[in-house]
Design a binder for this molecule. Structure first.
Ligand code: NAP
Length: 525
């Protein structure tokens, strides 16, 4: 019993403090949901994809020791469900299932794999509203945004279904007359896919779509905060005819699951989206068995507003980039650099726009700012803001917890920021827009590049020469020019420097799951 409680605490270490810290046998569905949330949960339950067990080898299973972990609605603190809290043993079984399934899945024709993916896409789109409700329930983002994530997430499956048929090899002109040289592209093997809570569906499909298209099988580990969307997606994969063992899901004790994936020689690739700190650990751990690694890590996006920007375009783009998902995306503008000549006008127009952002439960009409994911997230925002203010920053708008309580935070603007403050060097991951003043283009580029991160950057300018110059000078994997929303399944998404390795989406995203095999045939004359 002692051991069970000790292990249970590991499962709950990252949950908000207002919640219980034990992991125990619980009834499957919620015990404290309010009527509105209960209706949503009941509807989801009757749709057949409200799953709470892990998926191993095509079977829904409990954690072997019977442990569960609570999943909460961040808007209310209520318990939505208790899901299986898994660890080493379940992960090893999921790996074995994926390894066995790889033998047949990798032999499916590309057309057969494509059909499964397409069917999965169709089922997700057919259940778009319900999946959106599930995302809002466990992650908190406004329903409209959540439904948008479902379409965005599904687009990676549709695109991968199409790309599955285009995994071409190569024929190389031989330097010797009796030889023929080929390059074959083959699936990497079993993939461990570890994903965060901020896009509970899209961060999974962006990995699993191309992995399955290439012929790989996967063990998915979703965040403990948002496992229900991952489980629902896996159920729909099953309904779409994806064979048992091709998609497995385990969740619970993150270090145990991560270590099992890293230690296994059967897992040939780790694909991770999450914090830079955990990404570094996984990269180091993957060295033991020399696995391929793709990392989509944290950002510190600059958003530069030049004097010659169209101010309406700049406000729209900045709002989209900064306040989407209440500031909880890796590509959120983290530092807004504004040129001297437009600074006051921009700050005042931004304040006018931000004060109209409606905060509330994601299910309420007109809400565009939901809660932060948990208490720790709010405390991080508070700490960074206090540090900035103590060093001379001024609060123009907001600057404190929202009257709604829980983890709601007021949409905030602070000015007089410099690039040495912690708020400029770390991801805020909350609804706080920070304004830095600059004078010249060179100064803006130098500030923008003065960070270890290199995921997304944005700038606003109407000068054609400048748009080329600055786009080329920014040390980032993604650059938005006069646009704050840049992500799409058809373009490569990923960072440079400590923001990661590899790309997701587009034709390039397929390469992450393929090995190149050189075949040399002799005696051919
Ligand atoms: P996180 O704490 O690194 O967690 C990400 C995932 O890693 C979760 O599933 C987590 O599990 C798991 N994890 C934690 N410790 C682990 C370990 N020792 N071994 C194996 N897995 C482990 O990040 P997060 O707070 O969920 O997400 C926010 C971060 O993700 C931000 O930094 C954001 O910028 C980044 N992000 C990057 C991209 C991109 O495309 N570059 C996209 C979205 C988010 P548990 O949650 O169960 O503990």
């Amino acid at each position: 019993m002692m051991m069970m409680i000790a292990q249970a605490s590991i499962c709950k270490t990252r949950l908000p403090s207002l919640l219980s810290t034990t992991c125990m046998l619980q009834p499957r569905l919620s015990r404290q949901l309010s009527t509105g949330a209960n209706d949503v949960a009941a509807r989801l339950n009757s749709s057949g994809f409200f799953r709470t067990q892990g998926l191993i080898g095509g079977k829904w299973v409990d954690a072997y020791a019977g442990k569960t972990i609570e999943v909460n609605n961040p808007a209310t603190g209520e318990v939505i469900a208790n899901v299986a809290c898994m660890g080493t043993r379940e992960t090893n079984d999921a790996i074995s299932s994926a390894y066995d399934a790889f033998k047949s899945w990798s032999k499916f024709t590309a057309a057969e794999r494509s059909k499964c993916l397409r069917k999965w896409y169709d089922l997700i789109m057919a259940n778009k509203e319900q999946l959106g409700e599930l995302i809002t329930l466990e992650q908190g983002k406004p329903l409209k945004e959540a439904i948008g994530e479902v379409s965005y997430g599904a687009s990676f499956l549709e695109f991968s279904a199409e790309e599955a048929k285009r995994v071409y090899g190569d024929i190389i002109p031989s330097p010797l007359a009796d030889r023929r040289l080929f390059v074959l592209k083959q699936p990497v093997g079993v993939v461990g896919a570890i994903t965060p809570w901020n896009f509970p569906l899209a961060m999974i499909t962006r990995k699993v779509g191309p992995a399955l298209a290439a012929g790989c099988t996967v063990v998915i580990k979703p965040s403990e905060f948002t496992p229900l969307t991952a489980l629902a997606a896996a159920e729909l994969a099953h309904q779409a005819g994806v064979p048992p063992g091709v998609v497995n899901v385990v969740m619970g004790n993150a270090p145990e699951i991560g270590d099992a994936l890293l230690a296994s020689t059967q897992v040939r690739k780790i694909t991770f989206t999450g914090s830079t700190a955990v990404g570094k650990k996984l990269m180091a751990g993957a060295a033991g068995t020399v696995k391929k690694v793709s990392l989509e890590l944290g950002g510190n996006a600059p958003c530069i507003i030049f004097d010659d920007a169209d101010i309406e375009v700049a406000i729209k783009g900045t709002l989209g980039s900064k306040f989407r998902n209440s500031g909880q995306t890796c590509v959120c503008a983290n530092r807004i650099l504004v040129q001297d000549g437009i600074y006051d006008k921009f700050a005042s127009a931004l304040a006018d726009a931000v004060k109209n952002l409606k905060v509330g439960d994601g299910f309420s009409e007109g809400v565009v700012q939901g809660p932060l994911i948990n208490e720790a997230a709010v405390q991080k925002v508070e700490t960074l803001l206090q540090d900035a203010v103590s060093k001379g920053a001024k609060v123009l708008l907001g600057g404190k917890r929202h009257d709604l309580g829980f983890t709601f935070y007021e949409p905030t603007i602070i000015s007089d920021i410099n690039n040495e403050m912690r708020i400029s060097r770390e991801e805020v991951f909350g609804p706080v827009a920070t304004l830095l003043r600059f004078k010249t283009e060179d100064e803006a580029i130098s500030i923008a590049n003065d960070t270890n991160a290199g995921l997304a950057a944005y700038f606003f300018s109407s000068n054609v020469q400048r748009t080329w110059r600055v786009a080329e000078a920014l040390e980032y994997g993604i650059v938005g020019v006069n646009e704050g929303l840049v992500s799409t399944e058809v373009a490569p998404f990923g960072g440079v420097k400590q923001s990661g390795l590899g790309r997701e989406g587009s034709k390039y995203g397929m390469d992450e799951f393929l090995e190149m095999k050189y075949v040399c045939m002799g005696n051919m004359s």
